[in-house]
Ligand binder design. Structure first.
Ligand code: ZN
Length: 464
């Protein structure tokens, strides 16, 4: 249901669209490239710029916050004038990817230009534009009503594009200041134009390094061939034992805890527009592979994978060198889904490798990483509230999607704050983030501002 003041709020944000665009251009003009040390001052200026915009939006407790190990700063602001109401923490980032190769940009990356209802510039959608959606929506509430329906804290990080090396320590240090009921992250894309969507699951990650030791030195394959187990051959046998002919991992315990999709969830995925032949063509493969009894999107979002990332050993130079190599190595990783325990998966694969290793070689397995998958149930009141806000903002109920990758800050929020997270981003898949000609579709930008304007009312109602 629409809050009674929604008309005035929406009227306000529609009347101010040109100003929001000017603000986005001004922020894009600060080249806050976190990866390049000579732009460190620009990243700081960008944080100051964000804090200034928070102030004009009406946030009160604004500050540029330093990260623990002296990394790029975080812009912070809060409005805590609704005692007894829930508190949300909004996350975004103000740093950007490098802009090269510059010659492939149609207009300069840090001098944003609008063409065909899209704004082009580095950081337009990733993530300055999406941060501004929230600041515009917050400002609308404070300007029109003099208050927000709930307490808001805004954290805009400066190191997301370099893997958020200090963010987890920052969260741990600022735990009290950042206390909240739910985290709202706007740094993702929708499934497709005209398919509003909310991301409710992200896969986790663990990895291994397998070393197969054979003879103490490379051997002459003429003298010794026939009596010594070849480490590369042994490694190939181990790797080949991971999966059956249907692409299913046969490591005992690997799928422990993995939830089967409900018939409704599977039906929803099957409805999403996806053409396997087209994807195969774009990727340059003859056909898609994997667990062939399951839908491609299910395999990408809701099934774990076990992947060989590299295999090496033996002679790799020009011509031939007839040896039995002394060792072989493989790098292996698994993408995990909700309810898989990283420690248990690491143990299962390590044990399996030792068990299937052929005689005549010695095998070392080192396991690394412990990034658990993150999931927010679509039944959570905050997710339901976000879905209503998105429907109001885009005129269509959103679909629930997963993402196969890992988003560092989302994993950190999960690990340090243990809170439900709403991933409500409105980028489009063809926005060219991290690439030349990054853009933000203005329909998505303005629809996103309206969505966030509704979101705060919806969350206030859902979480009280
Ligand atoms: Zn981003």
């Amino acid at each position: 249901m629409l809050a009674p003041h929604a008309d005035a709020l929406i009227g306000h944000v529609r009347a101010n669209r040109d100003r929001y665009l000017d603000e986005l251009k001004a922020w894009i003009a600060v080249p806050s490239i976190s990866a390049q040390p000579d732009h460190a001052d620009d990243v700081r200026r960008s944080a100051e710029h964000a804090v200034e915009r928070m102030r004009t939006a009406g946030l009160t407790e604004t500050a540029v916050l330093e990260t623990p190990a002296g990394g790029h700063p975080v812009a912070y602001g809060a409005w805590l004038g609704a005692p007894g109401a829930p508190t949300i923490l909004i996350y975004g980032h103000h740093d950007v990817q490098p802009a090269d190769p510059l010659e492939l940009w149609t207009s300069p990356p840090f001098d944003a230009a609008v063409r065909a209802n899209k704004i082009y510039g580095r950081g337009a959608v990733d993530d300055k534009g999406q941060c501004l959606m929230h600041l515009a929506a917050i400002e609308a509430h404070l300007h029109v009503n003099g208050k927000l329906p709930l307490n808001v804290k805004v954290v805009i990080e400066g190191e997301e594009e370099i893997g958020s090396p200090n963010f987890e320590a920052f969260l741990a240090r600022e735990k009290e200041r950042l206390a909240c009921d739910v985290v709202v992250v706007s740094d993702t894309a929708v499934f497709a134009e005209d398919v509003p969507s909310l991301t409710t699951s992200l896969r986790g990650l663990v990895h291994w390094e397998i070393t197969v030791h054979g003879p103490s030195t490379d051997l002459h394959s003429g003298y010794y061939g026939g009596i010594v187990k070849n480490p590369l051959e042994a490694l190939a046998q181990i790797i080949a034992a991971f999966k059956d002919a249907h692409g299913r991992v046969v490591v005992p315990g690997f799928y422990d805890g993995v939830r089967e999709l409900s018939p409704q969830e599977r039906a929803e995925i099957a409805e999403l527009p996806l053409d396997p032949a087209k994807i195969a063509h774009e990727l340059g493969v003859t056909e898609l592979a994997g667990e062939n009894a399951r839908l491609p999107l299910e395999r990408m979002w809701f099934r774990p994978t076990l992947e060989i990332n590299g295999m090496f050993g033996g002679y790799q130079g020009a011509g031939s060198k007839t040896i039995i190599p002394s060792f072989a190595k493989a790098k292996v990783s698994a993408r995990l889904v909700p309810h898989q325990d990283p420690e248990q998966v690491k143990h299962a694969v390590t044990t399996f490798v030792q068990r299937v290793a052929p005689k005549g070689v010695r095998v070392d397995v080192e396991a690394h990483g412990d990034v658990r998958a993150v999931e927010t149930s679509r039944d959570h009141p905050a997710v339901a509230a976000a879905a209503r806000a998105m429907e109001l903002g885009f005129g269509k109920p959103p679909v629930f999607i997963g993402t196969g990758g890992t988003i560092g800050p989302v994993s950190s929020f999960d690990r340090i704050l243990h809170l439900p997270q709403v991933l409500i981003g409105v980028g489009l898949p063809d926005d060219a983030i991290h690439a030349p000609n990054e853009k933000f579709d203005l329909g998505q930008f303005f629809g996103g501002i309206e969505t966030m304007t509704y979101l705060y009312d919806e969350l206030a109602n859902a979480l009280k």
